[in-house]
Ligand binder design. Structure first.
Ligand SMILES: [Zn+2]
Length: 261
């Protein structure tokens, strides 16, 4: 069966009959995740979420299509760990710009970027290409979409390769999870209170945190928690996709035409 919501599966004949008006693209990474998660964790969970939300939205609107997820991400601060692959943000930005320009050329101006890796940051680029290309780009970070539900579902605070990511992995690809190999995720805190509080920021060199490239405790992870989080965020994202697919791009899009006083 051909999944028409997947650009790698549909064909020219179908596209000539019916052109979608929203494109969904994932961005991810290939990097070490403690000792128990696959190097492709970010790629695999992002790809799974992108496909699921595109399918859910297609079933309601037949107007949403997903592109293959970009597998590589910004990882210069994790390169000390085996076979982590780094591409610069400028490289990702260039690739995204050219993908978006192609979509715009084909008349798709509503684009949703689903990012599954904390090192990628497309904020400045989105500002620029919206102005340059006359497109509308919306994005989310997978780990932030359900932030308001986090404490209901999970028992521990999350960061890299912790309970959230491990639970999603157990729900999506349990055959690739070797939880018995996991290290604790314990790491060195910052020596400055301002950095711990987060109002002063820096970029962390992961090899300074600990030796296993995981800095959250994965031990309480379960497939059920992962499924609960995935169901919640996929519903949220697909509902947005449906609203977006049904919205006309008019003068003040994505704002209401009327000013609210
Ligand atoms: Zn990850």
């Amino acid at each position: 069966m051909i999944n028409e919501w997947d650009l790698t599966q549909t064909n020219q004949a179908r596209l000539k009959q019916h052109m979608p008006n929203v494109a969904v693209l994932g961005s991810s990474a290939i990097e070490a995740h403690n000792y128990h998660l696959p190097e492709g964790q970010d790629f695999l969970h992002t790809e799974a979420i992108v496909k699921r939300v595109a399918q859910m939205a297609w079933e309601k609107t037949s107007s949403v299509i997903c592109l293959p997820t970009i597998p590589y991400g910004v990882d210069c601060n994790l390169l000390e760990f085996p076979l982590t692959i780094h591409v610069k943000q400028t490289t990702l930005d260039l690739m995204l710009t050219e993908i978006v320009a192609s979509l715009a050329h084909h008349g798709i101006r509503k684009i949703v970027l689903i990012n599954g890796h904390g090192g990628n940051d497309f904020t400045p680029l989105v500002r620029q290409i919206q102005a340059d290309l006359g497109v509308f780009i919306f994005w989310c970070n997978i780990y932030e979409v359900g932030q308001d539900k986090h404490n209901e579902i999970f028992d521990t605070a999350d960061d890299h390769a912790g309970e959230l990511e491990t639970s999603m992995a157990l729900a999506l690809f349990p055959e690739l999870v070797e939880l018995e190999q996991a290290d604790s995720g314990a790491s060195r805190p910052f020596q400055f209170e301002a950095l711990e509080q987060g109002w002063i920021k820096t970029s962390r060199m992961f090899s300074n945190l600990n030796d296993h490239c995981g800095n959250a405790d994965p031990s309480l992870s379960t497939a059920e928690k992962g499924q609960q989080y995935l169901d919640f965020i996929c519903n949220r994202i697909s509902n947005f996709l449906i609203e977006l697919a049904e919205a006309d791009v008019n003068d003040h899009f994505p704002h209401f035409p009327e000013i609210k006083h």
